[in-house]
Design a protein around this ligand. Structure first.
Ligand SMILES: *[C@@H]1O[C@H](CO)[C@@H](O)[C@H](O)[C@H]1NC(C)=O
Ligand SMILES: *[C@@H]1O[C@H](CO)[C@@H](O)[C@H](O)[C@H]1NC(C)=O
Ligand SMILES: *[C@@H]1O[C@H](CO)[C@@H](O)[C@H](O)[C@H]1NC(C)=O
Length: 215
């Protein structure tokens, strides 16, 4: 009897977990976005999906302009943790409420670090701005957003800088090479203090490389 109940619970977990059809903008708890499907923002400007870098046999999750023929990535998730597995899915972990990339139910990369907690009302949506947001639909709270973790492209609506309260910094980081998205040597950020000090800063391996006062 106990075995039977466990079997039913496991089966129902499998049944509610469905692979998404391409073209929608949102995943819900229980949805899986696999290597062959993509999210598209409601206005169709942006597409989110997995892409493979053949040189290194690595897979990444990225965002690009839908109509860009070369699919230049405007955002890449967890660039220092490429996925080496040949199959993986993007999903909201129903146990933790985190946005993860998983293979066979095992988490490979945790994309959202927030301790949001599990809720059946979590969604992850590719917005018309190109921002990918994990949200609790119940209270409309945004728990994580890709705009807080810029890659090497500044999109309208993104910001660069530093939050002195939380220590969070928004900065751009170059790719390792033209074709490999892993973290490269250059970072760019914005540093402001009061009315007079506003600087765009580029660092090379952490050391000042170029700066421009933009008062
Ligand atoms: C993945 O990226 C998130 C930010 O979106 C970060 O908080 C987390 O630590 C990263 N995880 C790894 C394994 O790099
Ligand atoms: C999820 O949302 C529904 C209404 O849309 C609400 O009735 C339910 O309590 C919510 N669940 C949680 C855990 O927030
Ligand atoms: C989640 O993290 C963001 C920073 O990335 C922060 O602004 C927000 O308050 C956090 N939300 C929760 C619920 O912890």
């Amino acid at each position: 009897m106990i075995n039977l109940i466990i079997f039913i619970v496991q089966c129902s977990n499998l049944i509610i977990s469905s692979v998404l059809a391409s073209g929608v903008s949102t995943i819900k708890v229980g949805d899986r976005l696999d290597l062959n499907s993509q999210l598209v923002s409601t206005d169709r400007r942006f597409t989110l999906g997995f892409f493979l870098i053949p040189e290194t046999c690595s897979t990444y999750l990225g965002i690009w302009y839908t109509h860009d023929r070369s699919s230049t990535k405007v955002w890449v998730a967890n660039r220092s943790t490429p996925i080496k597995s040949s199959s993986c899915v993007l999903m909201i972990d129903h146990r933790t409420g985190k946005l993860i990339i998983a293979n066979g139910g095992i988490s490979l990369v945790t994309i959202s670090d927030n301790q949001s907690g599990a809720s059946p009302n979590l969604t992850a949506t590719l917005q018309d701005t190109g921002d990918f947001q994990l949200k609790n639909e119940f209270d409309n709270q945004i728990l994580w957003k890709s705009f807080d973790y810029p890659s090497n492209v500044l999109l309208p609506g993104m910001k660069l800088g530093w939050d002195r309260g939380t220590g969070h910094s928004w900065e751009l980081t170059s790719w390792l090479s033209d074709t490999i998205p892993d973290l490269g040597a250059f970072t760019m950020t914005f540093d402001a203090y009061g009315e007079t000090y506003r600087n765009i800063l580029i660092r090379r391996r952490g050391l000042p490389y170029w700066s421009k006062n933009v008062n």
